[in-house]
Ligand binder design. Structure first.
Ligand code: CA
Length: 227
C-alpha cells in the first residue's frame, strides 16, 4: 500500500515515514501543499496523510482539490490545533479521519489500517487466495498452514496481489502501489521482487499461484488455466 505524507515539520515527517516503511508501506513525502498536490495527481496512492498547516497550499485546500478531481483515496488529517472547527471543516471537506498532534505512531498506524478496511478497498484483516492466507494485522503469511517468512517489501507486494486476486496487474501498476518515487525508476525491480516472492510462495507446491503473462504483467490466482 502506498501512502503520501504531506507534512512540513521535518522531524514528524521523518518519524512517520520511517514507521510506515517499517510497517511495509511505500511512502512518499512532500513538505508543502503544492508539492503534495503534484505528487497526488501523478501517482496512485492508497492513502493520504495531510497536515493542515502547510506552506504554499494548506492541507484543507489540498484535500478540497483532490475531492474536486474525484480522487476519493482515504485522507487522514494531522492537526496541531485542537480546535473543533478545524476538524469539522476537515471532515466536511472530505477527510475520512483526523489525528491531533502529538500522536502515538501506533495510533496513526491503527487508524490508517482502519481506513484501508473501508469500501471500496474493503481491506479484510485476513486475505485468502487458494491455500494462501495473509493476516494483515499480525503480518503473517501461510500457505497450506506453512508459515512463510517475507521481507516488508515482499509482504507489501504480496498484499497488493492478494487485494486484486485474479486480476492481471501490470509492472507499472505494481510499482506505483508498492514502491515510492525513489525506487520505481529502476525498471526491473518488480520482476526481481516477484521472483523472490514466487520462490517463497510457490516453491515446492503442486500448484503455482503467481502467474506471469508475458509482456503484460502478473496475476495471483488459484484457478488453473489462467496463465
Ligand atoms: Ca504544519
Amino acid at each position: 500500500m502506498r501512502v503520501l505524507v504531506v507534512e512540513d515539520e521535518r522531524s514528524i515527517a521523518q518519524f512517520v515515514r520511517q514507521g510506515l516503511c517499517e510497517a511495509g508501506f511505500a511512502v512518499d513525502l512532500a513538505h508543502d501543499g503544492l508539492t503534495g498536490l503534484d505528487f497526488a495527481l501523478v501517482a496512485e496512492y492508497d492513502l493520504f496523510v495531510l497536515d493542515i498547516l502547510l506552506p504554499a497550499l494548506d492541507g484543507l485546500s489540498l484535500l478540497r482539490q483532490l475531492r474536486e478531481r474525484q480522487i476519493r483515496t482515504p485522507v487522514l488529517l494531522l492537526t496541531a490545533r485542537d480546535a473543533v472547527e478545524d476538524r469539522v471543516r476537515g471532515l466536511d471537506a472530505g477527510a475520512d479521519d483526523y489525528l491531533v498532534k502529538p500522536f502515538a505512531f501506533s495510533e496513526l498506524l491503527a487508524r490508517l489500517r482502519a481506513l484501508l478496511r473501508r469500501p471500496p478497498l474493503q481491506a479484510d484483516v485476513v486475505l485468502r487466495v487458494g491455500d494462501l492466507e495473509m493476516d494483515t494485522t499480525r503480518r503473517e503469511v501461510r500457505r497450506a498452514n506453512r508459515l512463510i517468512d517475507l521481507s516488508s517489501r515482499e509482504f507489501a507486494l504480496l498484499e497488493y496481489f492478494m487485494r486484486h486476486p485474479g486480476q492481471v496487474l501490470s509492472r507499472t501498476q505494481i510499482a506505483e502501489h508498492v514502491w515510492n518515487f525513489d525506487f520505481y525508476n529502476e525498471s526491473n525491480v518488480v520482476d526481481v521482487y516477484v521472483g523472490y516472492l514466487r520462490r517463497k510462495v510457490d516453491l515446492g507446491c503442486d500448484r503455482s499461484l503467481l502467474h506471469t503473462l508475458r509482456g503484460v504483467g502478473y496475476r495471483l490466482s488459484a484457478e488453473i488455466g489462467h496463465g
